[in-house]
Design a protein around this ligand. Structure first.
Ligand SMILES: [Zn+2]
Length: 455
């Protein structure tokens, strides 16, 4: 999805954003024209452009989510590429990596190209398909990694997420294979035998509630194995949704040793704890599970000191019937695209651990780099692609259904008070969301119809 994809026949809007604050604290006007940032500075001329008053708003490069489930093909009653793209635009995202656990799975060039095309016709964000590591995510046989890498979808991130690549020989082969095209294996670290029938974090509370526990060691042992495998074959590993204090320690050790590993944490693991399970509200059921307060503190510290590289949402939409049932029967997962920036704000900015320049790094620049995605994650500078989110840090809102823009509403934050709100999102110079309202699909599709080249 290089910027070369911007063709001359694509329509653009001209925008004059007045008085925004950059992540480094500098105040500036921003002029968008021809899909790029055309001018920066104070007292620029609006000269015919649409004007947006950004007084008090922070301008961030468009957010990049390395881990989202868009559910299409196969589970369109939960989400589609179009509805998930709208949720992304609502949350300030301009790019989303779509996980491979669709039906059929994204394990061939044909399926990843189909998802890419669905993203292009939706037009709200760059949808970058992730490829499955194994055929059908079944963990038996490597998928056609090379064919997906050389397809029009240019896949660089491979994951069986939802499942762990638990066979060490397959994991080794996958890590070796992706070196040829600078790919990365994104592992869902969960030792299956240690987590059979698990329902929540293993600890005193799981004992008290009588629910089968998901022990921290099931995550930590896989991460320890995988960083050693990555070192052994000199390849690149990415650890999905790190959730325990011990995992942060293992990754810190691996990085100090020079192992090529990156890691992500979700907004919900930075804010919520296992205590929420007490109410048996299945909106709080997620995999890996919500952990203890000490884990949350360690994840925040790990993000602050760079052990954890990025925040990724693990946006996981489910229909009402999969959540409105007994805890044991409910599906794992939470929607997260629309709330991500506010939740990260609450967890690590309001607590003084990260500043807005750090947020630019962990939610835009570094995820784009890990995923080798051109045209995203660039600094706000003249000539950069016009990918922007405008965020109001002073706002406070009771998060509600009206704040959700996707198909499903399984958000853990409904009726919680969250800080901040995204006021506008710009993708390829076009406003995909303004004042909380996602632009109509018709307008966006018309805008995107000329985009046929994929670099
Ligand atoms: Zn996962």
């Amino acid at each position: 999805m290089s910027i070369d994809g911007l063709q001359q026949h694509e329509r653009h809007e001209s925008w004059f954003i007045r008085g925004a604050t950059l992540p480094n604290g500098t105040r500036t006007d921003i002029r968008l024209a021809d899909g790029r940032i055309a001018e920066l500075g104070i007292g620029l001329s609006a000269s015919g452009a649409r004007v947006l008053d950004a007084d008090g708003l922070i301008a961030l490069p468009g957010l990049v989510d390395l881990h989202a489930h868009l559910r299409e093909p196969g589970y369109e009653h939960s989400e589609t590429v179009l509805s998930g793209s709208r949720a992304a635009a609502r949350g300030g995202f301009t790019s989303v990596f779509a996980m491979a656990n669709t039906l059929p799975a994204q394990d061939t060039a044909g399926v990843v190209e189909q998802v890419l095309a669905l993203g292009e016709s939706a037009g709200y964000v760059d949808v970058q398909p992730i490829g499955a590591v194994t055929v059908g995510l079944a963990g038996n046989q490597l998928a056609e990694l090379g064919a997906m890498a050389s397809s029009r979808a240019r896949v660089r991130v491979f994951s069986d997420d939802g499942f762990c690549v638990s066979d060490p020989l397959l994991m080794r082969r996958a890590l070796e294979y992706v070196k040829a095209f600078d790919g990365v294996i994104a592992q869902h670290s969960q030792e299956p035998r240690l987590t059979e029938k698990a329902q929540m974090n293993e600890g005193a509370l799981s004992g008290e509630l009588g629910l089968i526990g998901w022990p921290a060691v099931a995550e930590e042992s896989i991460i320890a194995r995988d960083v050693l495998l990555a070192e052994h074959v000199a390849s690149r590993l990415h650890v999905c949704h790190v959730s325990t204090a011990g995992s942060v320690d293992v990754i810190r050790w691996a990085k100090a040793r020079g192992i090529n590993v990156t890691a992500e944490v979700t907004p919900h693991h930075l804010l919520l704890t296992e205590d929420l399970v007490r109410g048996y509200d299945a909106r709080f059921k997620v995999n890996p599970p919500l952990r203890a307060r000490e884990d949350v503190e360690a994840l925040r510290a790990g993000l602050a000191d760079g052990t954890i590289d990025i925040v990724a949402t693990d946006h996981a939409p489910h229909p009402v019937e999969s959540k409105d049932c007994e805890w044991d029967a409910a599906a794992n997962g939470m929607v997260g695209l629309e709330s991500a920036l506010s939740v990260v704000h609450a967890a690590v900015v309001a607590t003084g651990l990260l500043d807005w320049a750090d947020i630019e790094r962990v939610l835009s620049r570094t995820p784009a780099r890990i995923g080798r995605l051109a045209g995203q994650g660039n600094p706000i500078a003249v000539g950069s692609p016009a990918e922007l989110a405008l965020y109001d840090p002073a706002a406070t809102r009771v998060f509600g259904r009206a704040d959700l823009a996707g198909t499903s509403s399984n958000s853990p934050y409904l009726s919680m008070t969250l800080p901040g709100d995204v006021r506008a999102t710009f993708h390829r110079g076009y406003a995909t969301m303004l004042d909380g309202a996602v632009r109509s699909s018709l307008e966006i599709a018309g805008h995107a119809s000329g985009v046929v080249t994929h670099g």
